[in-house]
Design a binder for this molecule. Structure first.
Ligand SMILES: [Zn+2]
Length: 248
């Protein structure tokens, strides 16, 4: 069955309310897909008795630190503690490999000699199939080569926004047309460029088909208005498991 979602980090870059930064683990027919790697992703996985070697694929939506810096610790874990059986597919925006190499060179210079890169299969595809699941990306309304993601499984479609503003036709025409959406919702109603507020999402209500819309990458103000957030919107806490799809 496909599947479940485990929220490992639901905060935006400021870690409001003590939450971890963007990382979400989807499990679909036994395939574990990590969507973004916030800085504490390794310890979050371990809280659930998993290590990065248990992952089948990592997808990085864009190159901002709150979404990718956990990769440093995934690489460290693979190099020193638990290497994966084979190189782990890592889908990331163009130039992402070079950015990770630069970061690693600065923060752990010795790692370059350890060949940490061999544990990853770096992929910059914009569309791909993996274990019977189809992935399609679209440009997002955000810096750092940000992309939107649509995941098509046999049981239904999942949209993941990464970080984006509302100015993207693909966001409303593809991602929000999925059965389930994991969307950034940085604020409740304050408009911040290149990000979404709950008010902006609600404004598009007529265009939204999704049965479950998980709100992540949230500041405190979204939690302060928690009582105004009702289905299909869901405000998940860190370290909680949810169904990916509603029964048909
Ligand atoms: Zn960002």
């Amino acid at each position: 069955m496909c599947g479940s979602i485990l929220f490992l980090g639901t905060a935006a870059a400021f870690g409001s309310l003590g939450r971890n930064l963007s990382s979400h683990l989807i499990t679909c027919d036994g395939t574990r897909i990590l969507l973004d790697a916030g800085p504490s992703v390794v310890s979050s996985l371990k809280k659930h008795s998993l290590t990065p070697a248990d992952l089948d694929m990592i997808y990085l939506s864009h190159l901002h630190g709150d979404h990718i810096l956990g990769l440093v610790f995934v690489a460290l874990e693979f190099t020193y503690l638990t290497p994966p059986d084979k190189s782990l597919p890592l889908f990331l925006p163009e130039g992402g490999k070079e950015v990770l190499e630069q970061v690693m060179q600065i923060v752990y210079p010795g790692m370059s000699n350890k060949g940490w890169q061999k544990h990853f299969e770096f992929r910059i595809d914009t569309q791909w199939d993996f274990k019977g699941i189809k992935f399609t990306t679209f440009p997002a309304d955000h810096d750092a080569h940000a992309r939107l993601l649509l995941i098509e499984t046999q049981q239904g479609k999942v949209g993941y926004t990464g970080d984006t503003g509302p100015n993207s036709e693909d966001l409303w025409n593809h991602v929000f047309k999925a059965d389930t959406v994991i969307t950034e919702c940085t604020t409740f109603d304050q408009s911040i460029p290149q990000h979404l507020s709950f008010s902006e999402i609600i404004k598009k209500k007529d265009k939204i088909d999704a049965k479950r819309i998980y709100l992540v990458h949230t500041y405190e103000d979204v939690w302060e208005k928690e009582d105004q957030i009702t289905r299909p919107f869901i405000l998940p806490k860190d370290d909680t498991h949810w169904e990916l799809f509603s029964p048909k």
